[in-house]
Design a protein. Sequence first.
Length: 251
Amino acid sequence: MSLNDGEETTYEVYFKWGILMPRAGEAKLSFAATSDHAGAARYRMHFATTRFFDAIYKMRDTLDCYYAPDFSLLYAVKHSDEGGYSLTDELTFSYSGNRTVVRSHRYTPATTKIDTSLLSISGHVFDMFGVVFYLRTLDWNKLKTGDRVTCKVAIGRDLVHIACRYSGRTIIAREQRKYRTHRFTVEIYDKAFEQTHAATEIWISDDENHMPVKIRSKLKIGAAEIYCKSATNLKAPLKCVTDFNPAAVQK
């Protein structure tokens, strides 16, 4: 298991549009045991825009994923407050053999937008945030460059097929530091499930922690880039870092 109970990481989020790349916000990820679901652990992300972006489009989003001890996803919920508009997305997972049933419930304080069930008869099913968690639990010693890990993501009324393509080891640089990482490209299938397009790239630390170091996601306009700023209570020292700074990264 690469995640440690009590792990917390902080990320800076940038909006990239051409040569412009302003800082858009800060995201915090945490992993810890919880009493909300018996025997479960919670993987949480909280995102808030900067004061500058608040004036343009204020966002306060919290995503929670609850996992059983075998890493099966039990429940995922996203609370969004974007520009004064509040929305909640709930996904409840149940399993029977190879079958996965997901109850998708989307609602505002005033009305229900979606309340339906999605059925998958094979393969892993997550929410989009859960894909990052899943990659962190893989045995990378068994992966070869070009390998594809497939799964499905529950979004609203749909199960979207995606593939995470392993691109091997690579080094990325950020603020006078270099990180040895494993790189994955997340490919999303179109509605006909015949073609894909690369939507997200994820760089994960090449050490025992399997910690996300950088994430780049394409947007309708530009892209979002996320960089690790600091980490505490990791499972092991962050040995993937060159020019190690113990003030920023602690065990």
